[in-house]
Design a protein around this ligand. Structure first.
Ligand code: ADP
Ligand code: MG
Length: 459
């Protein structure tokens, strides 16, 4: 104690800090690592005054987690301070000076956005990006690149499924680099925009301008580069742009929905260029990260949502971040329009319907054909064929009937995917199945099962 007193701390505060460390170490094995590291280990003992101990949580969400484990923490602290102790959790973000302020990051003071660039979205900054095991490496690399463009990982190739944060990270690099480097010149384009710039340049005989524009940037961020696949001349031009920038040590960042290896048809020389730098994938977020993203989003919108409701949303929407945000917005809209408070029950009710509707909107006659073919033990291709084989007629009619019941496709559109049949044929099929369902219990149970499986996304 004496030694520590030299730092000018009160005895009580020092004891409080030690007791807190101990409490955390007791709690650590009980909790998943990401939650512990993100929400509990970031908390700091702030003050102890009489019987009141105040703990500073790093964020609103961290505070919710601390409260969730309040009993355990309090019990641990009581061994030092006795049973009278009151524990209070307050939000006290740590080291705010170390975090670049949102305003500063979003509105860069320096840096130039090239005229060829798409505008950057103010929201796509590093401070709004929630880091979890699924994206830690991508985030760290993106940050390092924004700090030292052209000097660390070049090119940087980021890939992953839809809605996992590729665009967000690419634009965050742009924002951050401009804030850090007053003279940097950046361009953020999509594969589609690059193509359109190139085609226009060709048509208007302005290839020189095109080259000049693309080759004068310090950081070229190309989103959804897979769009270039199959466009021979654009790819050729992209190859030259890439080489020129690369040789000048300019930073190139690419995103794609698949890895360089799976980029087909992209010839080997481009793929090997992409692979020559750092290639990182974004994985779907785990539960804790999903909760943190939701909390972040709710905070940004200025809405308080309880942890159980956030957990409920995160559990129901296990896929991508865009879907997660969509679900949150749907729920908030529902709650405010219907004037019902947000609760776990409401979240379940609204989101289960939302998910079913979403799945249904994604259901296609194609998928229905496959499921029906499986259920009847026939080949899906045969359902589209001309063949009038008896064992094909009923499955074909069931598939048409379900396509009409479960998708928004018109009779004509359904006829088309069934080997170009006309709408009258589809209508006849639907009527026949409706009639059969009334008299054939075995067919009825098959169709009911199929309907359930398709609706639940199991088929
Ligand atoms: P992609 O380009 O990979 O399809 P986006 O970058 O457009 O995905 O992300 C979809 C949405 O999810 C955006 O609103 C984005 O801000 C958000 N998002 C994705 N990942 C995160 C994250 N880790 N933290 C916060 N928001 C995220
Ligand atoms: Mg994107």
């Amino acid at each position: 104690m004496d030694e520590q007193l030299q730092f000018g701390e009160s005895d009580a505060l020092i004891a409080f800090r030690q007791a807190w460390e101990k409490a955390l170490s007791l709690l650590a094995p009980e909790i998943s690592r990401p939650v512990f590291e993100s929400f509990l280990n970031t908390a700091k003992p702030i003050s102890i005054d009489g019987n009141t101990a105040t703990i500073g949580a790093a964020s609103e969400l961290a505070k919710l987690y601390l409260e969730k484990y309040a009993e355990l923490l309090k019990t641990a602290l009581e061994t030092t301070f006795g049973p009278e102790l009151q524990v209070i959790f307050a939000v006290a973000p740590r080291e705010p000076e170390k975090r670049p302020s949102k305003a500063k990051e979003a509105r860069p003071t320096g840096g130039i956005i090239s005229p060829i660039s798409l505008p950057l979205n103010d929201k796509y900054v590093f401070t709004n990006f929630v880091v979890g095991p699924c994206n830690r490496l991508a985030h760290a690399a993106a940050k390092a690149i924004a700090e030292k463009p052209g000097r660390v990982y070049n090119p940087f190739f980021l890939y992953g499924g839809p809605g996992l944060g590729k665009t967000h990270l690419l634009q965050a690099i742009g924002h951050h680099a401009m804030a850090r480097h007053p003279s940097v010149r950046i361009a953020y384009v999509s594969g589609e925009l690059f193509t359109s710039h190139y085609v226009t340049a060709l048509r208007e005989h302005r290839s020189e301008d095109f080259r000049q524009n693309y080759r004068s940037v310090d950081i070229l961020l190309v989103d959804d580069v897979q769009f270039l696949a199959g466009k021979e001349r654009t790819k050729e031009e992209f190859f030259h742009t890439f080489n020129t920038l690369y040789q000048m040590d300019k930073q190139i960042v690419l995103s794609s929905d698949r890895s360089p290896r799976d980029l087909n048809p992209f010839e080997e020389r481009l793929r090997s260029r992409f692979e020559s730098g750092l290639v990182v994938d974004l994985a779907p977020p785990d539960l804790e990260t999903r909760i943190a993203i939701l909390q972040n989003k709710a905070l940004a919108e200025g809405i308080g949502i309880s942890l159980p409701v956030l957990e409920c949303i995160a559990n129901l929407i296990p896929t991508n971040v865009r879907a997660l945000e969509g679900a949150l917005v749907t729920l908030l809209a529902y709650s405010s329009l219907m004037k019902v408070p947000l609760s776990v029950r409401l979240a379940k009710e609204v989101l289960e319907r939302y998910i079913v509707e979403k799945k249904l909107s994604e259901l296609t006659p194609d998928a229905i054909q496959r499921a029906v073919a499986r259920a009847f033990g026939v080949d899906a291709h045969d359902l589209q064929s001309e063949s009038r084989r008896r064992d094909l007629v009923t499955p074909r009619h069931v598939a048409m009937y379900l396509s009409r019941a479960l998708t928004a496709c018109s009779l004509a559109a359904i006829g088309k995917v069934f080997g170009g049949r006309d709408h009258a044929t589809v209508l006849h099929a639907c009527r026949r199945i409706e009639a059969l369902l009334g008299k054939d219990p075995s067919l009825r149970s098959t169709v009911e099962q199929l309907t359930q499986d398709l609706k639940a996304g199991r088929a």
